[in-house]
Design a protein around this ligand. Structure first.
Ligand SMILES: [Zn+2]
Length: 187
């Protein structure tokens, strides 16, 4: 539960709402993984497609959360869509960052986990990547061009900035009213 609600929290939520709405538009129906059809799809992905194992490290002895392969944020522009979600354990859910503090892509992340963290072979990493690629194809994640992806990221950035501006505008607006009321009462 958030106890300190910042403009940045609200802006990130708005960006995720946008990426959810776009994903659902491509999908042709709602995709709330907490209930109904969305929940059934997520259950099939988790239990059948990935056999209740973490898509990266392969652990089945853990609580599995939802991981967006292309990160679900304004920088990466990953959509909320069945083809972009896989089950993932808590340890693997924290995406590694590169030198520029950008989150690495899922293939690099998987390699780091399988080869570096768990000391398994490149072949194991390749097999797991292949499984995830098949998952993306099975659920027909939209094949976006670079231009389309750039457009999604630009719009997401505009939404992020817009929400921040609205919060600042609302604060300034009320402050102006507050001051004018104080001045009036003094007259
Ligand atoms: Zn894992």
């Amino acid at each position: 539960m958030t106890t300190h609600n910042t403009a940045s929290d609200a802006a990130n939520t708005a960006v995720r709402a946008y990426l959810t709405s776009l994903g659902e538009q491509f999908l042709g129906h709602g995709f709330n993984t907490g209930s109904g059809k969305g929940k059934s799809i997520w259950t099939v992905i988790k239990k059948d497609d990935f056999e209740s194992r973490c898509a990266y490290c392969g652990s089945d002895n853990t609580e599995l959360g939802m991981e967006h392969l292309i990160c679900f944020n304004r920088n990466d522009g990953g959509l909320h869509h069945p083809g972009n979600i896989v089950p993932c354990c808590k340890a693997c859910n924290r995406r590694a960052k590169d030198q520029n503090k950008n989150e690495v892509d899922w293939k690099t992340h998987l390699n780091t986990i399988v080869v570096d963290r768990h000391g398994l072979s490149e072949d194991v990493a390749q097999q797991r990547k292949e499984r995830i690629r098949n998952h993306i194809l099975k659920y027909k994640y939209p094949q976006l061009t670079d231009d389309e992806l750039a457009a999604i990221q630009t719009i997401a950035q505009a939404i992020y900035e817009g929400v921040g501006q609205e919060v600042r505008r609302g604060t300034e607006l009320f402050w102006a009213i507050h001051k004018s009321i104080i001045n009036k009462n003094r007259d």
